[in-house]
Design a binder for this molecule. Sequence first.
Ligand code: PCA
Length: 211
Amino acid sequence: MKVLVTGFEPFGGETINPAWEAVKLLPDEIEGVVILRQEVPVSFRQSVELVTEWIRKERPDLVLCVGQAGGRASLTVERVAINLMDAPIPDNDGDMPRDVPVVPDGPDGLFATIPVKAAVAAARKAGVAAELSCSAGTYVCNCLMYGMLHALRELPGARGGFVHVPFIPSQTADKPGRPSMALEDIAKGLAAMLSALIAGEASSAGEGTIF
Ligand code: PCA
């Protein structure tokens, strides 16, 4: 089994991105499977190109992409990516696409192909706050999720998902009232999700209700 995990570089004036920091903290192997990881630029164009190339080269069974969603209090497992780039701020290349599709003529939306509720349940079982999310936004994270799921359509049976993570406490020191989560907890929650997804505890069907 081959597992790829990505985490974004810092953006939007931050000097750290807890997504990549937490991905770096993951164990080298989970359930006996080596975790291949890569940092991804906060660039509409480069992020999708890089991950698509990586997917074509490695032909993974599972891809989990991780990004920061400052302001959220839990790990949020994204259910769907939409075929839309609408940037509220420039990406790290200075690009600011407005109302442009990620893949011209692609479907309007692509659902995560990991069992999203099982991923949430696994993090919760490990004692880490997790929720489902129905929107990855319209910035680079949604774009990468869409591009990654689109690329995975070439690999029958491969599964892909996206998790947004909160700020860590050092990032909210100057943002009173904003939620944060310890980096170790973010990494613990991601590891628990990967463990469940790899062990296949998780089937897409009949996952029950999680809100
Ligand atoms: N979060 C941004 C892009 C990179 C990241 O970590 C987003 O949610 O789109």
